[in-house]
Write a protein that binds this ligand. Structure first.
Ligand code: NAD
Length: 366
């Protein structure tokens, strides 16, 4: 399939191929949909084996960003970039500055930040050439580590799930199995303990396990045992594709709600959870706290505002559950429907008021 045919299939507006031989830059920027606002999405650096593989990844990831931003109620579209290269060997100031110039040339249609293989130092080099980056260090007006905000958002989502499934307002006395005790998982476990929840955790990294055991005093199980734990809620905060043919039949959980991206191995696993009566909080709705944090950074960072906006995840999930209940469809389909309706509504508004600016950012020189 040609790149244009692939763009058509995924519904992209624009894909930009960038190269600079002198600095070894080979990158692709994908702008999926800017109906709601500028396309925002991180830049990933990865040693893709082929150009096709890189293109497919950037198309898939940028489309997912459109859905995540729309579900969070933000005035942002979806985009993503990939740099083809090995983050351990191929990084240089020149490479990131050259890439930054490509981002600048899009004049704000695309705003980028960190993703796999990219860290805050690389972002600082991009920032030398373009204002259209976020995820800067706090010293440059950035919001810092988004994980605590993501964890706070997951907690709001858990409250919506418990209200929907168990008819309760409080998490007190419930049990939650947390998979992955990294940036988000550790923060989430700490917040859950404050809420009076019994937390059972796991991680493949012995250091993470030891930290959680000694600082949070939570119960620990082996990584493979987490799916069999007799807890009310499962919170995946490690990898994607953990909801699959091997894990779902083992689960006794009533609710699945966590931060990991792409939790369903395939859509049919979302259908299976619905059939079994397990309430699944669609990942891109519940884990939007990090994205909201970046959004707030674009307008001048304020942690209080980020947390206030992140509370909205509770209501966003309630809306998803309403659609799912009303139409008897799995929650992941209900979330997609919510997003598609919101984009269609804004598109109609824009066509009614041609020329009017519906969304606006205050771009201040930082
Ligand atoms: P992290 O790398 O800090 O933590 C992930 C943890 O999972 C690590 O400690 C790792 O050892 C552990 N892990 C990996 N495989 C495991 C397994 N099989 N069993 C148990 N533990 C395992 O990452 P993070 O920032 O905490 O993010 C966690 C997840 O949430 C990721 O999927 C990420 O994409 C998603 N997410 C994160 C944010 C954010 O703000 N950091 C925002 C949205 C989504």
């Amino acid at each position: 399939m040609t790149p244009l045919a692939k763009m058509e299939e995924y519904g992209h507006e624009e894909v930009i191929f960038c190269q600079n031989k002198d600095v070894g830059l080979r990158a692709i920027i994908a702008i999926h949909d800017t109906t709601l606002g500028p396309a925002l999405g991180g830049t990933r650096m990865w040693p893709y084996k082929t150009e096709e593989e890189a293109l497919l990844d950037v198309l898939r990831l940028s489309r997912a960003m459109t859905y995540k931003a729309a579900a969070a109620g933000l005035n942002l579209g979806g985009g993503k970039a990939v740099i083809i290269g090995d983050p351990k060997k191929d990084k240089s100031e020149a490479l990131f500055r050259a890439f930054g110039r490509f981002v600048e040339s899009l004049k704000g249609r695309f705003i980028t930040g960190e993703d796999v293989g990219i860290d805050v130092n690389d972002i600082e080099y991009m920032y030398m050439e373009t204002r259209y980056v976020s995820g800067l260090s706090p010293a440059h007006g950035g919001g810092g580590d988004p994980a605590p905000v993501t964890a706070f958002g997951v907690l709001q989502g858990l409250q919506a799930c418990v209200q929907e499934k168990l008819g309760r307002d409080s998490l007190k006395g419930l049990s939650v199995a947390v998979q992955g005790l990294g940036h988000v998982g550790f923060n989430l476990a700490a917040r859950l303990i404050e809420e009076g929840v019994h937390v059972i955790g796991t991680d493949i990294d012995p250091e993470k396990v030891e930290r959680a055991r000694s600082e949070l005093k939570i119960e620990i199980v082996n990584p493979e045992e987490i799916y069999d734990v007799d807890a009310d809620i499962f919170a995946p905060c490690a990898l994607g594709a953990v909801l699959n043919d091997h894990t779902i039949p083992r689960m006794k959980f009533k609710i699945i709600a966590g931060a990991a991206n792409n939790q369903l191995e395939e859509d049919r696993h979302g259908v299976e959870l619905h059939r079994r009566g397990i309430l699944y909080a669609p990942d891109y709705v519940i884990n939007a706290g990090g994205l909201i944090n970046v959004y707030v950074e674009l307008e001048g960072y304020d942690r209080e505002r980020a947390l206030r906006m992140t509370r909205g995840i509770y209501y966003n999930l309630r809306r998803v559950f309403d659609i799912s209940r009303r139409e008897n469809i799995p929650t992941f389909q209900a979330a997609d429907r919510l997003v598609e309706e919101r984009i269609a509504m804004v598109r109609r508004l824009k066509s009614m008021y041609t020329g009017q600016v519906v969304h606006r950012f205050r771009w201040e020189m930082r």
